[in-house]
Unconditional design. Sequence first.
Length: 560
Amino acid sequence: MRRSVWLDFSGVLPLASLGFAFFLSACYYWDDFTRLRNQAQVTLFRSESEIGPRFGQIMVGYEVPIKTQSGAWLRGTRLLVAGSSLPGEARATYASFRVWQELMPQANTVEYVLEPDRGNRNFNPPFMFGCHVDDHHIDTRINNCGVGRRAVAVAPYIQHPGGMNEDWWGCVAVTSGPYQSQERLQIRCESLGVNTTFHMNLENGLGWGASAAGIPIFHQFGIGVFGAPLTDGKGAVFRLPHLREAALGSALGAMDGGSRVGIITFDGLSLEEGDEFGRNLALSVDRTSLTMGQPTLRLAVAFGKTTRRVAVAQIVSWSGAGAQAQVVACLGGEEGFGDAMVFGDFNGDGKDDLAIGSQPTKTGGQVTNLPVAIYDGTTWQRGDRVECGTSRPPSLAPSAMIQCKDSTTPVEASCRASRFGFSLAAGDFNGDGKADLAIGAPGANTRYGTMAGMVQVVAGNESLAMMDQGDRSVLWLATNKDNAGFGFGVAAVPAPLGRAEIAVSQVAPPDVYIFYCSGLKGDREDEISVPTGAERVRGCALRPPRGSSMLNQGLLPPTP
């Protein structure tokens, strides 16, 4: 379910004035931890289904265009939450929550914005949840959810083989481990207010579901990409095309004349046995090229074990179900390098940069914190051709290394063994036109408990090298206790008028929060301007004024 709760920035606000006796949380920003004078709202999302202990490990914020029965368009933003499970645990599911909803009568006009998740609300469960097309619903629980890997990809629009009148909108593609000895991909869409669901059987044993990324706009390339790191002992990445180009029953994981349908070939890539190519991936869509045709698609794919590499590649062509990509950069780091990755335009130059986290490793029984590396997106170009493999040295050095930073007052938060960089999310969290970086540190010790967890939010900067020295805020919950693991997952949820909100999951209890305040400069209560005719929202939640949303570019397909 979802509840509205309040962040208390003063630390002394009486519980009676909140109207809640059980959710009191705190948020501080980094400037000497000077406290904000007012409150900012957060929303709690909690699935009522049997979710398992890793719910929130995977989170994606996304936009959807919804066509109503009257023919009008609604644009909404959603938060998809999923997880994985192991044998003997409660089987994991996924849930999608409505966050914002906005009338979209024309492609680039914001007429008014509805804020359904602001203020006091009654019980409101997730509007889409499940695992497979043959889910069995018992009360609020979902059975028959496959145990094991899970990855999700979201797409605003999917072409149906039958034509435009049968196309689907607001779709999520979810993989799972074997259920009844068969691995599957489920696609569920919210077209015309009706959840349409179907599934595809995958070839067992390829590692499908280790990673996935959807294409957030309409693109002829298809719906998304999926990593399958066990394919042929080396790994692979598959393309999921629009269903108009693929038969439902055999689009993925099938054998066709000895070659797998949908596999992407990478020019310049050298793989070795056990490399597990596709164990993690990130996708960049260059929306600035929308006016020049199909926008550029870039992939970052992690592979290797002791020696770790991330291949950055640009999609150059596709035909049928397959596709070709050109490696344009080869990045490398310590063990765990690439276990968390996200693209974002951190310096505001119109090109997506790449942030890479290294999930800490244990050396002598101690958890080691490693910095988050930032790579400048202008350093790789379409015409580049780079050879990448675990036996080759990296072709680029990072432009910045972001370290975890301890705090001492007014509340202690320690970086020691914090698992800094366990999760990453990029979004414009203060509305200044540059992407900011949210970094999860679920092992951090705070005043409220051992391994209570925190999230550090680093502001974008025109100079990437200065990001580590610039504005930074930290988020945690005052209600958390030992082993809460806050920061287990982070996501950027698109919001109207050109900015994003921060979603954070935790381990115990497995809840998800959206913070309507990032604590960064420009996102504080006394710094936010109020558009003409709008009312000030308490705290930091008001969007900066703009005449056009700009978020929905490319959501709608071309008129046939």
